[in-house]
Design a protein around this ligand. Sequence first.
Ligand code: SIN
Length: 330
Amino acid sequence: MSRNKLVLASLLIAVAFVASATIATAAPIVIKFSHVVAENTPKGQMANKFKELVDQRLGGKVVVEVFPNSQLFGDNKVLEAMILGDVQLAAPSLSKFEKYTDSLQIFDLPFLFNDMAAVEKFQQGPVGQKMLMSMKKKGLIGLGYLHNGMKQLSASDPLRVPADAKGKKFRIMTSDVLEEQFKAVDAMPLKKPFSEVFTLLQTKAIDGQENTWSNIYSKKFYEVQPYITESNHGVLDYLVITSAEFWMGLPDDIRTEVKKALDEAIAFGNDVSEKKAVVDKQKIIDSKRSEVIELTPAERQQWVEAMKPVWKKFEKKIGKEYIDAAVASN
Ligand code: SIN
């Protein structure tokens, strides 16, 4: 072999070596999953399950980092951060998207869904599935719905009929529908981040709030709220969301596997939510820190009549055909 050929061969070997080393040590794709609740909740457990499944199936290629309890971002900042590429996955409550889309406001309409079976039917039906893509132009893609459950009303005084809420301050999520819902019973709604609710209740800066059994239990709201009315007046579910740029930039095979893991984690989280709605309610009752008030049908009907006119106010924005489809899922 001539000297030139020898040099060329050595060069080719060196290039091949560097290329294979680069492939072997290619940095994994990092998925930061930010959420605001505790780990012992449907969302917390779903996020951890997703990490576990991705570790098992895509270990080395994809790394999931879960940040619970608003450690990375609160719900008010997470969507902006996602568009900027600082976080890849989140599952804010459906009430927290109004800056990005009108259609998801449907989930906040009071007394729209009779139960979680109706919510599931609507979400999996044509309208619910269409809504997943309602923010695509703004750079966000919905990957699926995750349940938490029906909301209850907690307060410093017993709430049996709408008149009991008059003049009281309630923390709400950032939703104009929820604002109108509390105004409909002459209460004073205040939009505040989830991370501040416990302190606001403890210091009596507010009188009450609405949430699911698992959030009331895991964030200890029941320790500072002597009464919880089992109103089931609305739903608190989540949209698992990602950035369109990140999602479409994933290699096809990785995207398929990640989506499969996510669907399985969501199914797992939905199971957890069903169980927690029962178990966490019972734990609250057993604690004797808070009295759970069951409404008579006549009392509940008063709440329905007071709050349901809110639907009309949002009918144009949300779309009557969407509301009709939700009612039909009951
Ligand atoms: C959550 O469940 O993610 C938080 C709900 C809330 O802000 O009340």
